[in-house]
Write a protein that binds this ligand. Structure first.
Ligand SMILES: *Cc1c(COP(=O)(O)O)cnc(C)c1O
Length: 229
């Protein structure tokens, strides 16, 4: 089943768009079934489960962390994560910078924009994202001034967002159009050579996300079936 689902999605996904198979709540066997079918990029959203799977599954898996991350759980996630997609507060960003500095690592991250209508969804506001990027570009511009070196251990790779959970496609379209336009305006105004990724789209809305410039889609249910909580 997993193999067929994966084949079906890959047959419809433009080849340049990266597929994150979201394996949260599914056992290692399911991940291996997808792995044996050729899938190498997986996403998890709970630190403990992420660490246990990453430590025991093949080391050439590219792991994305996609959930809310508390600052006291960084050590479970950052050693394994190729990309932390869900930077949702300044406090978390500062903690990741500190961890990177202590471990002499540069951590690839996406800034999560609060996108959907739900208040319960996490994420940064547009103003907070502007603030973060302006701090960083000031640090880089200032050739003649002592460097401020705000985020030397974090590489900003782009934006992540979750659309409103609704069957109304026009609402989802509007959410994805907003994040697409916001990313473009950031690229126009800041010097961000690595800021190339737009992670939007899940099982039920990824075809809409593709029309709005998704470079990464995060698909769970449509690959692994429903999650049992
Ligand atoms: C669970 C999850 C997904 C995948 O959701 P599906 O609807 O199962 O495809 C994508 N992104 C995030 C952030 C998630 O938590």
């Amino acid at each position: 089943m997993v193999e067929n689902n994966l084949k079906h999605i890959l047959s419809e996904l433009p080849p340049e768009v990266k597929l994150v198979a979201v394996s949260k709540f599914h056992p290692a066997e399911d991940i291996l079934a997808a792995y044996n079918a050729g899938q190498r990029r997986f996403g998890e959203n709970r630190p403990q489960e992420f660490a246990a799977k990453a430590a025991s599954l093949p080391s050439n898996i590219e792991w994305h962390f996609i959930g809310h991350l508390q600052t006291n759980k960084l050590k479970m996630v950052l050693p394994y994560a190729s990309l932390v997609e869900s930077i949702d507060s300044l406090r978390l960003l500062d903690a990741v910078e500190k961890w990177g500095s202590e471990h002499d690592r540069v951590i690839d991250v996406l800034l999560e924009l609060h996108l959907g209508a739900e208040e319960t969804k996490g994420g940064l506001t547009e103003e907070e994202i502007e603030y973060i990027l302006s701090l960083d570009s000031e640090a880089e511009d200032a050739a003649t001034l002592p460097p401020k070196a705000v985020y030397q251990h974090v590489r900003f790779r782009g934006l992540m967002g979750m659309a409103t959970n609704t069957d109304d496609v026009s609402v989802v379209e509007a959410d994805f159009a907003r994040i697409e336009a916001f990313k473009k305006s950031l690229e126009d105004r800041y010097d961000l050579p690595d800021f190339t990724e737009l992670s939007i789209g899940m099982s039920h809305d990824w075809p809409v996300a593709i029309r709005h410039g998704a470079t990464i889609v995060r698909i769970g249910t449509a690959i692994f079936g429903p999650r049992v909580y």
